[in-house]
Ligand binder design. Sequence first.
Ligand code: FMN
Length: 350
Amino acid sequence: MFSLSDFEQFAQQSLSSDAWSYYSSGAGLQQTMKDNEAAFLRYRLRPRVLRDVSAADTRTSILGNTIDFPVCVGVTAMHKLAHDDGELATARGIVMNQITATKYKTCMVLGSFSTTAMEEVAEAGSPGLQWLQLYIFRDRELTRSLITQAERVGFKAIVLTVDQPVIGPDSYKSASLPPHISFPDIGLSGPINKEKVRNLIDSSVTWEEVDWVKGLTKLPVVLKGILTAEDAVEAVRHGVQGIIVSNHGGRQLDGVLASIDALGEVVRAVEGRVEVYMDGGVRRGTDVLKALAMGARAVFIGRPVLWGLAYKGQEGVGRVLEILREELKSAMVLSGVSRVTDIKAELLVH
Ligand SMILES: Cc1cc2nc3c(=O)[nH]c(=O)nc-3n(C[C@H](O)[C@H](O)[C@H](O)COP(=O)(O)O)c2cc1C
């Protein structure tokens, strides 16, 4: 296992066809999903030389919390489709570096559609950094209770997904989810009819609900799924603390810009007032370097974590992260940058 594509191949061969197709698919022609990866290759690097990179350091911070490298685990639903230990394995894989057996820290976003209870994941991920991804459910009391619970278990931010007023066409193929899949935090247990899940989400949501969430919690609120300068400015106006530029891994509206191509306009629009992150198609250290050069504070990975889980549970997740960390460090060194804050736009050309 030397690169993330090794994990992808392993996952494709070992997962059930239903699980693989749920994880790997995108909407429509899958143009956006494929472009998320391909677009990175259209940016080239402009390395500088003779800059003493002997003490290169990948550490940074997001929303005031230090992380050991700017690659975080994004939200993906239903980790138990990939491994029986589900989100527990993910949380443990993050805090324990499997190769050097040392503890390190990055951020994990746990989904509303987690197949493991939030409380257990919080415990398994300690002393890591965890954020909760939230949907605005039709049941506002349920929505509110998830926020309260996230605060209680020590999560450090609420990530509100705003690009999914309806669940996209790529969802699980069979009418029911496998019997071992349940969503303890939202009180759904197996076997779960897929339509029931679809009906939970409220498609009438507007910026008013962003204000509503902000009013319910002192935690920072991050909006996930913004692709335009217009919405980025609106997000700042509504007082959010972060934006994740994302097209949901190409699973919602096909034909939108690759995330890396949309990142620049969002970074310019917010003018440093909030932190900007991105996800979509990050598969190697140079992708991370390019996203940071374009102004992302950190990146999130979706599918690669599921591949790591499918490979060897927590060990697989740890190895996926370690590969990206090593690749990023090497890319920084070879580009002549020693610190994450020194990764600047001049490094990049389109
Ligand atoms: C199988 C799968 C499930 C996902 N579930 C969610 C979800 O429940 N909520 C959400 O906001 N995003 C979800 N996403 C989107 C990811 O957070 C992220 O935007 C995307 O996967 C990033 O692209 P990448 O997979 O190319 O790294 C999901 C993505 C995948 C592949």
